[in-house]
Write a protein that binds this ligand. Structure first.
Ligand SMILES: [Zn+2]
Length: 320
């Protein structure tokens, strides 16, 4: 344990699990706790579970509330960070839940809250791939595509807290249906889900015999992991699928590069395990399509903190 008292709780609130870390002022996690979210118990039940997971983490770190300066929460959905409220979270079925105040009371600590993707961006900017940068965009390739904007050193929230929805920028005219109700959003062509969908398309067209054989070995299941594995094994069809995803991402981000002049674009989430198979085509399209100038200086880099980015960034809310 560090000799001086500079510790905070970072809480990653997900739809199935609550993950908590006791985080030092340098971004190290010295104790962890995890509990099931139990959405069916309602908001107050979930907040009680957050407090319980926090106490587990304190026990694991060998500290008490008196050793901590506060708690930060990364929550899914639309958040009012200034007021510590989750405005709308579909996967928790929450509307206007005052999380920070209730959790603060339960723990006896000041508590803060922001959207989980924003927290991941803050984590990477604090002590990950964008460490020290004041102008970084974070994009997360998972089931969907999330994002966060660090502009002038701070998270940019937008008018009502909806900023950073890179996954729902229009990418393809009349493209696949998106969960948001539109068609052809970035996440329909550039998420981990899209990698699997493109691979399935290639398999069905008879153009991907290697991936078809690998899928048959796992009961026909085609997922991003399989595509990435096949690409690493040198399968041209898999490399092509990942290139397609990277090119869509590059085009989507090219507009933002001109508009915002970021120093870094940090790519995280499960889909980022594709590494340069996605990042190289992404860089190429940005170099070719984004405005000269900002296109020449921006760097596209993989995230470094993995699943801990949100938790670490949430803890940093205490010191911001
Ligand atoms: Zn959408």
């Amino acid at each position: 344990m560090p000799e001086h008292k500079r510790l905070a709780l970072g809480i990653d609130l997900g739809g199935t699990a609550i993950k908590v870390g006791v985080v030092t002022h340098k971004g190290e996690i010295i104790g962890r706790g995890e509990r099931a979210t139990e959405v069916q118990k309602g908001a107050q039940g979930v907040i009680a579970n957050m407090a319980a997971a926090a106490r587990d983490a304190m026990d694991a770190a060998g500290v008490t509330v008196a050793d901590l300066e506060g708690a930060g929460v990364g929550a899914p959905g639309i958040c009012d960070a200034a007021r510590g409220i989750v405005v709308r979270a579909v996967n928790l079925d929450w509307d206007n839940v005052e999380v920070a105040e209730a959790l603060g009371k339960a723990l006896g600590l000041p508590a803060y809250l922001d959207n989980d993707a924003n927290c991941a961006a803050l984590g990477e900017q604090w002590c990950g791939a964008a460490s020290g940068s004041h102008h970084a965009l974070m994009i997360t390739l998972g089931t969907g595509v999330g994002g966060g904007l660090v502009l002038d050193g701070k998270i940019y929230h937008g008018f009502r807290g909806w900023s950073g929805e890179f996954g729902h920028m229009p990418a393809v005219d009349n493209g696949p249906a998106c969960n948001c109700g539109r068609r052809g959003c970035v996440e329909t062509v550039a998420s981990a889900t899209a990698m699997a969908n493109f691979a399935r398309r290639e398999i069905e067209a008879g153009r991907a015999p290697y991936m078809a054989a690998k899928a048959a070995e796992q009961g026909g299941k085609v997922d991003a992991r399989l595509v990435i594995y096949a690409a690493r094994e040198g399968d041209a069809a898999a490399v092509g699928v990942l290139r397609e995803v990277g090119e869509h991402l590059g085009l989507a981000m090219a507009g933002l590069v001109g508009a915002l002049n970021p120093e870094l674009i940090v790519v995280g989430g499960g889909g980022s395990h594709a590494g340069d198979f996605v990042l190289e085509p992404m860089r190429k399209v940005i170099r070719e399509k984004a405005m000269p100038g900002p296109a020449d200086v921006v760097q596209v880099v993989p995230a470094e903190l993995g699943n801990d980015a949100g938790l670490i960034g949430a803890a940093s809310l205490v010191w911001r």
